[in-house]
Design a protein around this ligand. Structure first.
Ligand code: DQA
Length: 145
């Protein structure tokens, strides 16, 4: 089994980016922690991009390969209808999509209170820092047959 762990814009800056909001772990640290916590037959394919088109391409790949996705859409969460339309294809294909956020967007600025992704996600985990990713991967593993 492979799990795609996809990350949107500015998440490559974790560690130094607003650590009081996002914690001090880098994305590489999070990826290493996930890889260490899953069984041997599970591969964590962690990717990050600042580019909307590239992220959409990865979602298309997940649809075609039927690979479950853990997605932190970062700021695209709040306005990318293109990313939502890509994610809707996962839903139609019956491929799990877990939306994750390090912070709890509802405690923050009003523009973060809207997610255009959540309506096509299987579920959402937010506010637990790097543990949001761990909880999401845990669920994907539990839910596989
Ligand atoms: C985020 C929350 C978003 O509002 C923000 O744009 C991010 C990170 C989070 O993980 O808490 O870049 O998705």
């Amino acid at each position: 089994t492979t799990i795609l762990v996809l990350n949107g814009p500015n998440l490559g800056r974790l560690g130094t980016r607003e650590p009081e909001v996002y914690g001090s772990e880098t994305l590489a640290d999070i990826g290493a922690g996930l890889a260490a916590s899953v069984p041997d037959d599970v591969a964590i394919d962690l990717r990050q991009t600042d580019d909307e088109a590239e992220l959409i391409g990865w979602i298309h790949e997940a649809v075609d390969r039927r690979v479950p996705v853990v997605l932190n859409p970062a700021a695209f969460t709040h306005y990318s209808y293109a990313l939502r339309d890509a994610a809707a294809q996962l839903k139609r294909a019956g491929v799990p999509l877990v939306e994750v956020h390090l912070s709890n967007p509802y405690t923050r600025e009003t523009f973060r209170h809207t997610s255009v992704i959540s309506g096509v996600a299987t579920g959402v985990i937010a506010g637990f820092g790097a543990d949001s990713y761990r909880l999401a991967v845990d669920w994907v593993l539990r839910s596989r047959g």
